[in-house]
Design a protein around this ligand. Sequence first.
Ligand SMILES: [Zn+2]
Length: 252
Amino acid sequence: MRKQAKCICGYEIRADRLSYHIEKCTAKPIIEKLQAEVLSLRNELRNIPNERNAFRLEISELRRENESLKRTGGDIMDNSKRICTEVEVPESGAIQHVTQHVTQNVTNNIQINLQHITVYGKEELPKAMNDLKHLVLNSQFTLCPAAYLELKHFGNGPGNIRIVDDELEVICDASGEKKWKRVDKNTELQRSTQQSIKEITSRYGDKSILYNFPTWCKTHNVHDVKSIKFQEMVREVEDMLLHKNETAIKDD
Ligand SMILES: [Zn+2]
């Protein structure tokens, strides 16, 4: 029996006739082209995690820049307030005094305002049912913790949590005097997001529409802090706080 050979298309033929078949085979070039495509797709897939990391780095870099720009913007606004006050005063002798007075008032106001803010962790439970229903009806489940925490920490005016220079600060009670205290940002964002999920589930998990929230959390493995959806929730909470900073500067 003569030696058999096989073409890439699967066709078997006597070895001495293989080159004759290959010349005429219509499947071979197509198969080879597809194989090359699969190979290049595999390589692209391998590179995706690197690209994703680069993208993440870029986002956090932009966030930092944004933060520092906002801060500079705030300073400029403070200065321009002071300058305007100076311009409006007619007697030149009084300028220095008025400027000091205004600055003093601003400082006093900030201190007084702090004393009215609820200490972080001592907030009342927010009335969040309507806001959450709206989000769940729109399948915006990942926004629920951010919306809940916004009501909880900013419910009655000024918030008791803020992001400054990419650091997280919360209002604490230092022997009778309320102060901003720096805490580890990632730890606290994660903890408060988990806490909000627990509170939403225990308070509204048996209510109409909102019973979908715990179900969705289970489906998407949200109890695992490394799950994609949990990470998304944490990012939404951080974005909400950054947006709150922005609004606070505009209100000043
Ligand atoms: Zn063939």
